[in-house]
Design a protein around this ligand. Sequence first.
Ligand code: ADP
Ligand code: ASP
Ligand code: MG
Length: 472
Amino acid sequence: MNDLLVMKFGGTSVGSAGRMQAVGRITLEQKKNRPVLIVVSAMSKITDLLLDSMRRAEAGDRTGLEANLRLLRERHVQACEELLPPSYRASVLRTIHSLIGEFERITNGMLILNERPPRSVDEAVAIGERLSALLVANHLEAEGARAIAVNAAEIVVTDAVFGNASPLLEPTREKARKHLLPRLRTGVIPVVTGFNGAAADGRPTTLGRGGSDFSASILAAALDASELWIWTDVDGIMTADPRLVPDAAVLSEVTYAEAAELAYNGAKVLHPRTLAPLTAKRIPIWSKNSFDPSNPGTKIVPHAHASSGGRAVTSLARVTLISIEPASALLSGTHLMAKALDALARVDVEVLVLSSSSYQQNFCFLVRSEEQAKAIENLETALALELAHGYMKPLEVDENVGLLAVVGEGMRGTPGLAGRIFTAISRENVNIIAIAQGSSELTIAIVVRRDGLEKAVRAVHEECKMARAAGA
Ligand code: ADP
Ligand code: ASP
Ligand code: MG
C-alpha cells in the first residue's frame, strides 16, 4: 500500500488518558491525508509492573502480586474513565477486567508451581500492549473514526525464542496483507499491539524489551508502507542521551547505518533491530516527539550528506568484559578465540566488542550483563580441557566497565579524530581498557571503567563539538 503511514507510540506517549488524547489528535490529523496504521506500547511502566508481578508469583509473594494487580487495574480503569465517553465505558471496562483476569490466571499458575515458564511470561506480558491498544482504538472510535484493536499475535509470526523472538518475514507479510489491508482499504485504523507476536504453531512470543519499535518496522515493511514515524518523548535522535548530556542536540537527519549503530550501542530511542526490515525497501523513518508534534524530529534516510567527525555518542553501562589468555605456547590464540566465539555463538550470546593483541595472543570481548552468566558457563564448558591442563589462564571477568561508542559516517575522512577522542577521555582521568573500530569506520567503540563512563561521554560530546555540528 504505497501511501500507508505507520506510526508507533511508545510507553510515555500512551502513558495516561491525556497522552492517549494526543495520540488521537496526531492520528486523526494524518488520517485526513492517507491510510494510517498505528502500533502502541503498553502504558509507561506497565511492562515493568507485569514482569515484576510474575517474579513475585514465582517467588510465592502473594501479597506483592496482589498489590501489583491492584495497581494494574487502577491505572487502566482510571485511563478508561478519563478517556472515554460514558457510552463506551461499560464494555471497555469489561474487556479491561477480562484481560487483567487472563493475566491473573497465568500468575496464579506461577504462584502454585513456583515457576515462570518463558512462554507463559510472553503471553502474560503482552497484556500490557493489549490493554493500551484497546483504550486507544476505542478513543479513536469515540472521536468518530473507525478503528480496531489488533493483537499482533494474530499477525507477526516469529521463531520460538521466547523473550527475544525474531520475525519470520514471509508468513508475517502474508498475514498482515490478509488481515490488515482489507481494513485499511475501507478506511479503518488498525491499532496493533507492539512488542508481541506468535510462533508458527500459535505459541505467544515477544521481541525483546523496547521491541515495539521493531514491531512497527516489521509491519511497515510487510505492508510496503510509504513511511514509518516513531513517536517518543524527546525531539528525535540526539547527539547523546539528553539524560546524560544536558546540551545534547537533535540531529535533523541521520543515515540508516548511523541510526543502526547508535541503537545497537545503547541509544534507547530506537530498538536495535528497527532498521533491518526497512533498509532494503528504503522506507524512510522519522523519530518524533509526541509531546511536541509540530517539531520536525529526525529523518532517517538511506544516504545523507556526511558532515565530518563524530556525530553522536552513546553508552551502555550494563556490560561485562571477559578476557582470555593462553598460558602455554603450545596453544595458539587463534585456536582459543575460534573455540570461545563458537561457544558463545551456540547459545546466541552477542559479542559487542572484540579486541585482541598480537604477541601475547590474549583477547577480550564485551557482552551484555544479562548474558554474562550464560557466556561464562558456556565458555568454561567449551574450554574445560584447556583450563584443566593449564593451557590457558582462568577467564578474567570484569563487571566494572562501560561501553562508549562514537558514531558518524564522516569519521572515515577525519584524520586524528580517534587520537582526540582518547585524549579527551584521558583528560578526565578515565582509564581506557579496550578499543575497537569496525572496518566500516562508522563507529569507534571504547571500553572504559564504569565509574568514568558518564564523564567520558560528556567529554567526547564536548571534544567533537557535536551539539554545535548538529546546528544547536
Ligand atoms: P519509548 O517509550 O517512546 O519507546 P524510550 O524510553 O524507549 O521511549 O526511548 C526514548 C528515550 O531514549 C529518551 O527519553 C532518551 O532519554 C533516550 N535516549 C538515549 N539515547 C538517546 C539519543 N541519542 N537520542 C535521543 N534519545 C535518547
Ligand atoms: N512495552 C515493552 C517494553 O517496555 C515494549 C516497548 O515499549 O517497546 O519493553
Ligand atoms: Mg522504546
